[in-house]
Design a protein around this ligand. Structure first.
Ligand code: HOZ
Length: 426
């Protein structure tokens, strides 16, 4: 009999490209039928066939306190009862902006938007408007949303300009983006030596979370900070994924580097659509209506979404929150590593705060090329084994994983036991 998930997927494909509203969800890289979820509570999600899973995606990061946390749901309900949207200022926006600025010292002012893509797109426009320069540097494998300037891959050689990585992106626009290797300080130095006076901004995921999880070499981030300051370029930390996730002060707090601009999303909306960009007052003063760089949105600072974000951040700021989250995440990664070692599976794993990466290769990768060398077929086997056992990991070998504060030691122990069974049958 055809499952409810399959029925929904077939219907979805008639009306939605690929049957999904964001490509990774289509399970194309792992194969099989995407799960359509009908409910989420705490660390678990339930699919349309009634099967329950321990969830390690958490809506790709935002659900740091788990699904449908009662305090977040109550805040959303209260806000909704007072009105869904005004297209005018509300007090909650001020509360959220103030909280963000007090949490991250690099944020002197912040503008709320509705998604991480909007945040990074606006931050880049702002950096270009502020510096009067066009050239953008990004790193292969870092993803900053789907705006045109950012859907660019490396040109044929080092220091050549980028090519569109998506249909519909003008080649002329891609020429304004230089794509370098992540964690390669010398490459960055060479790029600045050649193009420094034309560089408006360097944008980076300080912990890369969109090519699986790649930790930064500390020298890479400090070289980036020094070069941006020396050449007058704006350093943008994309903390959409890492903000409030790798620690209370984000990746910038963890590594002690102060960017000029920061982009946020995911956790700050607690599962509702919120993004933000912010940073030095002098730069933010260029944003309309104070300055000439235009950015606007009817749903920016939406009161219901902001209420979810505020309730989530209140929980995240509880003493010991990140220590416990990191401990739980390490329990998972240590357990998976031990299970793989016991059965001789070539596997490595690491975590930073509540994010983790797992790799089917002997050592954790540090570069895009290394992450691309992971055994994808092995990942797909692991993914489907775990899915069948009721443990939902990201349906791609190139995504980071997420643990929430709602996960208990017993949930994680159950996942490790399931992994051992999967590895035993390797
Ligand atoms: N590319 C996103 C994660 N890195 C996936 C977003 C989604 O499907 O919701």
């Amino acid at each position: 009999m055809i499952s409810r998930n399959q029925q929904l997927f077939e219907r979805a494909q008639q009306f939605i490209p690929g049957g999904v509203n964001s490509p990774v969800r289509a399970f194309r890289s792992v194969g099989g039928t995407p799960r359509f979820f009908v409910a989420g509570l705490g660390p678990r999600v339930t699919d349309a066939d009634g099967k329950s899973y321990v969830d390690y995606v958490g809506s790709w990061g935002p659900l740091i306190v788990g699904h449908a946390h009662p305090e977040v749901v109550a805040a959303v309900r209260d806000a909704a009862l007072r009105g869904l949207s005004f297209g005018a200022p509300t007090e909650g926006e001020v509360d959220l902006a103030e909280l963000l600025c007090r949490s991250m010292p690099a944020l002197e002012m912040v503008r709320l938007v509705s998604s991480g893509t909007e945040a990074t797109m606006s931050a880049i426009r702002l950096a270009r408007g502020y510096t009067g320069r066009d050239l953008l540097i990004k790193f292969e494998g870092c993803y900053h949303g789907h705006s045109d300037s950012l859907l660019v891959k490396a040109g044929s050689g080092m220091l050549t300009f980028g090519h569109p990585s998506s249909g519909g992106v003008p080649a002329d626009l891609a020429r304004h983006t230089l794509v370098l290797d992540y964690n390669d300080s010398e490459g960055l130095e060479a790029a600045f030596a050649e193009h420094g006076s034309r560089v408006a901004a360097v944008i980076v995921e300080a912990v890369a979370g969109n090519m699986n999880l790649i930790a930064p070499r500390p020298a890479f981030l400090s070289a980036m900070r020094e070069l941006c300051s020396r050449y007058g370029a704006v350093l943008i930390f994309d903390e959409v994924m890492t903000g409030f996730r790798v620690g209370g002060g984000g990746a910038q707090g963890l590594y002690g580097i102060t960017p000029d601009l920061t982009t946020l999303g995911k956790v700050i909306g607690g599962g509702m659509p919120v993004g933000a960009f912010g940073g030095r007052r002098e730069i933010m003063a260029k944003v309309a209506p104070l300055g000439p760089v235009y950015q606007a949105g009817t749903l920016s600072g939406n009161p219901v979404a902001v209420a979810a974000g505020l309730a989530t951040l209140k929980l995240v700021h509880a003493p010991g929150f990140h220590e416990r989250l990191a401990r739980l995440t390490r329990q998972l990664t240590d357990g998976l590593a031990a299970a793989a070692a016991k059965h001789g599976v070539s596997f490595s794993v690491q975590s930073i705060g509540g994010m983790f990466g797992l790799y089917f290769r002997d050592q954790c990768p540090q570069t895009y090329a290394e992450v691309m060398s992971c055994d994808r077929e092995a990942f797909n086997r692991f993914f489907h084994g775990m899915l069948a056992a009721g443990h939902y990991f990201a349906p791609s070998a190139f995504e980071a994983g997420f643990v929430s504060a709602a996960h208990g030691e017993a949930d994680i122990a159950a996942t490790v036991v399931a992994a051992e069974t999967v590895f035993a049958a390797w």
